[in-house]
Design a protein around this ligand. Sequence first.
Ligand SMILES: NC(=O)c1ccc[n+]([C@@H]2O[C@H](COP(=O)([O-])OP(=O)(O)OC[C@H]3O[C@@H](n4cnc5c(N)ncnc54)[C@H](OP(=O)(O)O)[C@@H]3O)[C@@H](O)[C@H]2O)c1
Length: 264
Amino acid sequence: MARILVTGGTGHLGRLVVPRLVRTGQEVTVLSRSPHAAGDGVRYLVGDWDTGEGLTAAVRDADVVVHLAGDQLHNETVAHALVRAVREAGTDPHLVNISVVGAEKVPLRSGFDRRVLGYMASKAAAERVLEGSGLRWTNLRATQFHELVLIAARALAKLPVVPVPSGWRSQPVAGDEVAARLVELAVGDPQGRVPDLAGPEVHSFRSMIRDYLDAVGSRRPTMPVRIPGGASRAYAAGANLAPDRAVGKQTWAEFLAAREPSRS
Ligand SMILES: NC(=O)c1ccc[n+]([C@@H]2O[C@H](COP(=O)([O-])OP(=O)(O)OC[C@H]3O[C@@H](n4cnc5c(N)ncnc54)[C@H](OP(=O)(O)O)[C@@H]3O)[C@@H](O)[C@H]2O)c1
């Protein structure tokens, strides 16, 4: 039995990973900024990547750190904090990191590009921190999760005319399939960068939003919006896609049918 620390274990992906890890019989600890009562085979520790609180103590007792914690723009800083904590702890856990397909392919300038689309560059920078750390690591890149597309669709669909970035495409994958792969990697040996995990189909953002609107019986019109900048052009060119790694099983339509049974 390995002692596995999951950062971001309370997030969308973490909530899919943690019960799977418990079912494999591992000793699972979740790091969160807020206190949680232990339960369902999981104990919780308080820690914060921004302040450094609790990190060294948390990683000291881990054989494996499944690193899912992240936000839009600070993934590099968090990766530095993780490496620093491991060095301070004086241990050598296997670090399993989740990243995103095309992380290094989205160029960023300043202003709008960086504020709105800085996520990919931030994930690429975090990967470089782990790669250069001298520690034992495995890095999985995945495409956008169906769950994330659904959150975006729900938010956009509140508007009377639904804006859709023109030319952008996505190859969404089931978060649960990403979770299953991460668990497989966490109980195995460090492998460096492993093959990407991408969803089974490529869609335009417009068609995915349209599918969502149809599923919830909304007749709201969509409106293509041109997003300026190099990062947006990279999305339009398919930087976030991996058609040669379309190994995910659940389609967007299947996910939507399960989450938003048709009301039309
Ligand atoms: N969503 C996608 O489509 C997608 C695709 C590819 C890769 N990914 C990657 O998958 C990972 C998880 O994504 P998600 O959508 O599940 O994220 P999420 O739901 O936003 O969850 C973020 C998690 O990070 C933790 N966290 C944030 N700031 C923290 C801090 N300062 N200190 C400690 N913990 C902190 C939060 O824990 P507490 O709130 O409990 O503190 C939470 O559990 C991210 O690394 C993301 O880049 C996502």
